[in-house]
Ligand binder design. Structure first.
Ligand code: ATP
Ligand code: MN
Length: 460
């Protein structure tokens, strides 16, 4: 394997003949030489290749165009230019694959909206290339954090027949012929004829299955695709996104919040340390000063606030909101942002929400009104993490389910965890794309996943 541009760019000048492979970003001519910027995506900046016009056939140099792939051999010399230490003094240039002037990524700047239409080519741009590298690094940091801290990686199912969590609108999975659906005597669809013998959906969360492994291996995490048929068109929702869901046994809400904070800080710090060139790019061209902002987040404690106190703060400022806050309301994105951006000016963990607006499995507080839930809210985005201590007392859990009209027999295996050796346990879910969005400063979640899925968007 020949060397990556990332390595060549930081190598010392030498007489050794080396080969640089990649795609041409730009070509610039002077009277005597031709400057070709070759980038292989291994890092943000390309390698400058200098071709002496006397040495090369004019036709060959003419076929070196933006977007074509090349292999250039020569030796590294100290560069005259200010923007790089070394450049490649070319002895041979081979055009591997041509790109004519219909190549959509010519030199001019393109809008992110336009780039979404050519999502198969957009990783060849600076911005989307940088996002892809940061995303990869963050995914690695996620695994490192958990593996270093005694967590096992568990793969929960993507297709589920338990319509449990109610966390979002589900996508149905079926092999029934939709033009000729089998119906029972009552006129309803006969799912016994469907692939699984019952109605099935794509998962909206692996939490319930995650709990079964946490109550066996103690600390586990999932990291996989999640599907929600969100029909809202927002900058922070996807129909297909990646979620990280740790679950810890012998752990209460306090431990849960501590791990959430340590975890976020770990992946943020890891990214700052390992993606400095890309982070400098985001700071300069995407979100001014984002590196410093993230550095500050890593170095300061998160603020804690109960839901009740948060509502008090919001009510004091109620004129600023479209949706008027009151005790019992679901906290809206505008409220979440206000709390983190204006009240706390940093990430804030809001706890103890009214039970009516949270899921059945969250542990009921002594007051009988609120549950041990926590959301981590951050500036610009609002909610990035949602978690809770789980209700581990069988009697209280079944009473809650009854109040909500949930059938015990649908949750028989989940309730077994409370029947056999129940323990306090807790966990949370982090939307991976929200984390990438937060770190890079990218405005729209559709630009931090290679192929976004949203309402009316499933191209590629
Ligand atoms: P929101 O209120 O922002 O829609 P939620 O409360 O429905 O989120 P949870 O069910 O708590 O979300 O999911 C856990 C985490 O998954 C969220 O904190 C968020 O980071 C992420 N998430 C949820 N829905 C989406 C989505 N449609 N696209 C991307 N990430 C999401
Ligand atoms: Mn949530």
């Amino acid at each position: 394997m020949s060397r990556l541009i990332r390595e060549l760019r930081t190598s010392a000048p030498s007489d050794e003949i080396i080969t640089a492979e990649g795609w041409v970003r730009t070509k610039r001519d002077s009277k005597t030489v031709c400057f070709i910027e070759v980038n292989d995506g291994s890092c943000l900046k390309g390698l400058q290749v200098v071709a002496d016009k006397e040495r090369f056939d004019g036709e060959l140099l003419g076929s070196v165009t933006t977007g074509c792939s090349v292999a250039c051999s020569g030796h590294l010399v100290a560069s005259q230019g200010a923007s790089q230490e070394v450049e490649l003094s070319a002895e041979t240039i081979q055009v591997i694959g041509k790109a004519d002037d219909t190549y959509p990524l010519q030199k001019k700047r393109h809008t992110l909206e336009y780039l979404r239409e050519i999502a198969h080519l957009r990783p060849r741009t600076n911005t989307i290339g940088a996002v892809a590298r940061v995303r990869s690094t963050m995914a690695y940091a996620v695994h490192r954090f958990f593996q270093e801290n005694g967590f096992y990686y568990v793969n929960t199912p993507l297709i589920t027949a338990s319509d449990c969590e109610g966390a979002g609108q589900m996508f149905q999975v079926t092999t029934l012929d939709l033009d000729n659906v089998p119906k029972g005597e009552n006129g309803k669809v006969d799912y016994s004829k469907d692939f699984f013998g019952k109605k099935a959906n794509l998962t909206v969360s692996g939490q319930l299955e995650g709990e079964t492994y946490a109550t066996a291996l103690r600390n586990i995490y999932t990291f996989g695709p999640t599907f929600r048929a969100e029909d809202s068109n927002t900058k922070r929702h996807l129909a297909e996104f990646w979620m990280i869901e740790p679950e810890m046994s012998f752990c209460t809400l306090e431990g849960d919040m501590k791990i959430a904070e340590d975890f976020l800080k770990y992946i943020f710090r890891y990214t700052l340390e390992h993606c400095s060139e890309d982070m400098n790019f985001f700071s300069a061209f995407v979100e001014p000063g984002i590196s410093d902002t993230i550095r500050h987040v890593v170095d300061s404690p998160f603020v804690h606030m109960t839901y009740t106190d948060a509502i008090k703060e919001l009510e004091k400022n109620k004129d600023r909101f479209d949706y008027k806050p009151f005790w019992g309301c679901d906290i809206q994105t505008e409220h979440e942002r206000f709390l983190s951006e204006e009240i706390c000016k940093c990430p804030v963990i809001v706890t103890d929400y009214p039970k009516e607006i949270k899921s059945f499995y969250m542990k009921l507080n002594e007051d009988g009104k609120t549950v041990r839930a926590m959301d981590v809210l951050v500036p610009r985005l609002g909610e990035i993490i949602g978690g809770s201590e789980r209700e581990y007392r069988l009697d209280i859990l079944t009473r809650r389910m009854k109040d909500l009209g949930l059938k015990e027999e649908d949750y028989w295996w989940y309730l077994d965890l409370r029947r056999y050796g129940t323990v306090p346990h807790a966990g949370f879910g982090l939307g991976f794309e929200r984390a990438v969005q937060y770190v890079t400063g990218m405005q729209n979640i559709r630009d931090v996943i290679p192929y976004p899925r949203a309402v009316n968007q499933a191209e590629f």
